[in-house]
Write a protein that binds this ligand. Structure first.
Ligand code: C5P
Length: 242
């Protein structure tokens, strides 16, 4: 079969032209980067696990009426998605202090936040993805006020839903990052969840021991990275086929 035309290569994924207009194929690599690609490595089997975990979570979210770009998984490393215009904002939700929030504000890692906090970062590698306010997003036209409203609404619902889902399998959802895109469908433009949801962009701690089960194991050289991703998949009941 002729190789599909590659449209974009990111740090952890490649996008290929899809089989029908308006579709893309999202390929999950084993490559891992951290600290804006200053640290690079490979986590064997990560792409396969993230493809499955993201499929599982996006499918669950669709069941509660969160619109997503996900159509179906094609094979071990690829999924068919709807082509969307990515909104250049990373939306981070935090339930417990960790990572950059703990560092920036001097709050000890593990402190439960009085309420969930939503932050926005402008997606720009050259600028190191700076944090921005809603004002910047609308003033510079990265998204309309209505888009931001939709994004916040979906984000808070996703946080509530995923917090419960993970807690049910003994995992604390500490924080995570979402990306959204615009999709023109049925004569209207709407905001849909895009990218992926996986241990690459969530902080997941064992609910009993607080052991890290996510990309912080790579960022901080804690070892047993693939095992941790595998354990997340195992608890969700979705181990990849052999
Ligand atoms: O580093 P920081 O604490 O701001 O990250 C918050 C959350 O967003 C973490 O779960 C992290 O994995 C995710 N994140 C991401 N991609 C980025 C920045 C953060 O997935 N570029």
């Amino acid at each position: 079969m002729a190789r599909r035309r590659q449209l974009y290569e990111g740090k952890a994924k490649i996008l290929f032209e899809g089989p029908e207009p308006g579709t893309l194929v999202q390929y999950f690599k084993d490559d891992a980067t951290a600290f804006n690609a200053q640290k690079k490595g490979t986590i064997t089997g990560k792409g396969v696990l993230n493809n499955r975990i993201s499929e599982f979570l996006m499918t669950k979210l669709a069941e509660i009426n969160i619109p997503t770009h996900f159509i179906r998984r094609l094979n071990m490393r690829e999924q068919l998605i709807k082509e969307v215009e990515i909104i250049p904002i990373e939306v981070v939700v935090r339930n417990i202090a960790a990572g950059s929030l703990a560092q920036r504000l001097g709050i000890p890692e593990g402190t439960r936040l009085p309420r969930s906090i939503v932050e926005y970062y402008y997606k720009n590698d050259q600028l190191n993805d700076p944090m921005v306010a809603e004002e910047h997003i609308t003033a510079f036209g990265w998204a309309s006020a209505q888009d931001v409203d939709d994004i916040v609404h979906y984000t808070l619902r996703i946080n509530d839903f995923l917090t419960g889902l993970f807690l049910g399998v003994g995992i604390t959802l500490v924080d995570f990052k979402l990306e959204f895109g615009r999709l023109y469908e049925n004569d209207e433009m709407r905001v849909v969840l895009a990218d992926e949801i996986s241990p690459d962009n969530c902080r997941l701690w064992d609910a009993k021991t607080n052991e890290k089960m996510d990309k912080d194991r790579f960022r901080r050289d804690l070892g047993k990275i693939e095992e941790a991703y595998q354990e997340v998949a195992r608890r969700l009941g979705i181990l990849p086929e052999a």
